[in-house]
Design a protein around this ligand. Structure first.
Ligand code: FAD
Length: 375
């Protein structure tokens, strides 16, 4: 059913790469396009829960490869930002069997590279910024800024929060600045260890927080990422910051947190943006996934996870329900994903996840392969 069906995926972020790898393995003729000139190793960390690792198992055992190189925290610890009192201690790998897969924390560049390695390299076209597309009902023609064109049977938009595809289908609307930024820095693991760091912790006060975790199995790198109110007037996706600016924002925090920030050499800051949920994720031969259709504040550490879950459910819909009735197949995908993605988006934006004791099983224990798809 899938043989010969040409799928163009715009955006080689974590969602697009997952979709490419999964669709290729179902026999689709996949091409992945990205505006970037090539792979770049973003200096940041990422957490991937068991719900995602279950999907990565379908990329030739990528779950096992990642579990070998990443940090595997047993617990998530929530702490009061000023006095360090424990607010909650939630099992992660301590309940790995129950969730059905490991919970990993890893350098985002290492994760992205490992996922890209699961795709045939000649199917990735870097330096291809999509500027326009036309769906004539039988195929979709793509136009890129470099002057090149292509034609596909299905277009998957995985082009992130400022999606060109979303803009063309639903109209131009700026993403909403939430009034919050994230400071990010990576410090030596030894510095964190000397201060007595938890393996994975979030320190909270009323209007801000800092999340801290190791990025690798040897605990050589330790990652700091915050959420805090701030002005943002730039159009840039990130700006350089300083240790002093970072420290000033957490001046009343516990000495351990102050010590982490003191060890930061390079600090960046990122605006946190979101959008209202969409009532539709597809039109004609075009379908959206990930941040292009449900961006969120990152406070559940599940934004990329939702993009990968979308990719897996979309792959199941296309291969199990077929491409003869694309409207029906895409509608089934939307129905299967909408409620969960919106729930995660809502909790993530509210920044309440795991602050107090709660059971995260509904999120981490879930498997997209247990979903019953209905056409
Ligand atoms: C501070 C912070 C921390 C986070 N931590 C986590 C975490 O721990 N766990 C988690 O699951 N999520 C986390 N997230 C969320 C996560 O980063 C996003 O949800 C995820 O990256 C979305 O993936 P995506 O593939 O949909 O889009 P993106 O990652 O944004 O990828 C979009 C891709 O499309 C390309 N592109 C854009 N426009 C075009 C075009 N016109 N033509 C061609 N290519 C184009 C871009 O170059 C890019 O490669 C965090 C986010 C932030 C800001």
């Amino acid at each position: 059913m899938s043989g010969g069906v040409r799928v163009g995926i715009v955006g080689a972020g974590l969602g697009g790469v997952a979709a490419a790898g999964l669709l290729q393995r179902q026999g689709f003729d996949v091409t992945l396009y990205d505006q970037a000139p090539g792979f770049s190793r973003l200096g940041a960390g990422i957490q991937f829960g068991p719900n995602v690792l279950k999907i990565l198992a379908h990329l030739d055992g990528l779950d096992r490869k990642l579990a070998e190189i990443s940090c595997l925290p047993d617990y998530w610890v929530s702490r009061n930002g000023t006095d360090g009192a424990v607010l909650a201690k939630i099992p992660l790998n301590a309940e790995r069997e129950r969730y059905g897969a490991p919970y990993i924390t890893i350098h985002r560049g290492d994760l992205h590279q490992a996922m890209l390695d699961c795709i045939e390299p000649d199917r990735i076209k870097w330096g291809h910024k999509l500027v326009d597309f036309t769906d004539n009902g039988k195929s979709v023609s793509l136009e890129f800024e470099n002057g090149l064109t292509d034609t596909v049977d299905i277009l998957v938009a995985a082009d992130g929060i400022n999606s060109r595809v979303r803009e063309k289908i639903f109209g131009l609307e700026e993403a909403l600045y939430t009034g919050w930024i994230a400071h990010r820095a990576i410090i030596p693991g030894a510095a964190a260890k000397a201060l007595g760091a938890d393996v994975n912790a979030k320190w909270w006060t009323a209007d801000r927080h800092i999340v801290c975790y190791y990025l690798d199995r040897k605990e050589e790198e330790f990652y700091l990422v915050t959420g805090e109110p701030a002005e943002w007037t730039s159009r840039a996706g990130q700006l350089p910051s300083t240790r002093e600016e970072f420290k000033a924002a957490f001046a009343d925090y516990h000495p351990m947190v102050q010590g982490y920030i003191d060890a930061a050499e390079t600090v960046t800051k990122w605006p946190l943006k979101t959008r209202e949920p969409l009532s539709k994720w597809h039109e004609g031969r075009v379908v959206l996934l990930g941040d292009s259709c449900h961006p969120m504040k990152p406070h559940m550490a599940q934004g990329a996870a939702m993009a990968v879950e979308d990719a897996a459910v979309l792959t199941r819909c296309l291969s199990e329900l077929g491409v003869a009735d694309l409207e029906g197949t895409f509608e089934a995908y939307y129905r299967a994903r909408k409620e969960r993605a919106t729930k995660v988006q809502t909790i993530s934006n509210a920044n309440t996840w795991l602050r107090q004791p709660e059971d995260p099983y509904w999120c981490y224990g879930d498997s997209v392969y247990d979903l019953k798809l209905t056409s």
